[in-house]
Design a protein around this ligand. Structure first.
Ligand code: SAM
Length: 176
């Protein structure tokens, strides 16, 4: 199991770096702190694992579990975290993800095509809890994904915050 101090150091380093998601990591970490014992889902991990670090640190501090999905094996972050009872890594296409478990928090940050995000939103229809929150990264950088997100939002009662800084992040809070 990864040491909490190592995760803290890594989160600081990634937040201060030029990572395209660096400016949002503190927010991802804090949303976990505000929602202890959450079930968290992320699509898109990479060897960098910046969002993974933010979510996992929160889980270690206030309880909770992170399920991370990537089509690649993401060996670097798997080596850093190791065998950790707050974390499940699944090597698969996120379009194929199914779960009996329902999730409170989700980050979508995998392939930034309209088709992929549309398919991922279809998965979210089935696995997110009522009053859960979903973050979509790269909305400014990859505007084609906003079409899929808008279609998803039309199917739900929800509130949306559109953060425009850097690569952009939309936060969609489901009310149904
Ligand atoms: C931008 S990176 C994720 C960055 C990560 N969230 C972070 O904060 O460091 C995108 C990742 O999505 C993965 N990916 C791309 N298409 C995918 C798919 N269809 N299913 C699952 N993962 C996919 C890639 O392998 C890559 O590791």
């Amino acid at each position: 199991m990864v040491e909490i101090e190592k995760l803290k150091e890594r989160l600081k380093e990634k937040s201060e770096s030029d990572d395209d998601i660096g400016n949002f990591l503190e927010m991802l970490y804090k949303i976990v702190l505000e929602n202890p014992k959450s079930e968290i889902l992320e699509f898109g991990v990479s060897d960098r694992g910046s969002s993974t670090t933010a979510f996992l640190l929160g889980c270690h501090e206030v309880g909770g579990h992170l399920t991370s999905v990537d089509k690649r094996s993401c060996d670097n972050i798997n080596k850093i975290v190791g065998d950790d009872n707050h974390w499940t890594f699944l090597k698969m296409d996120s379009k194929q993800f199914t779960s009996k478990k329902k999730f409170d928090i989700c980050l979508i940050d995998s392939e930034h095509s309209y088709e992929q995000v549309k398919a991922e939103c279809n998965v979210l229809d089935k696995v997110m809890k009522k009053r859960s929150i979903i973050f979509f990264h790269d909305t400014t950088m990859m505007p084609q994904i906003t079409k899929a997100i808008n279609e998803f939002m039309k199917r739900h009662n929800c509130f949306t915050s559109k953060l425009k800084e850097k690569n952009g992040m939309w936060a969609v809070e489901l009310d149904d």
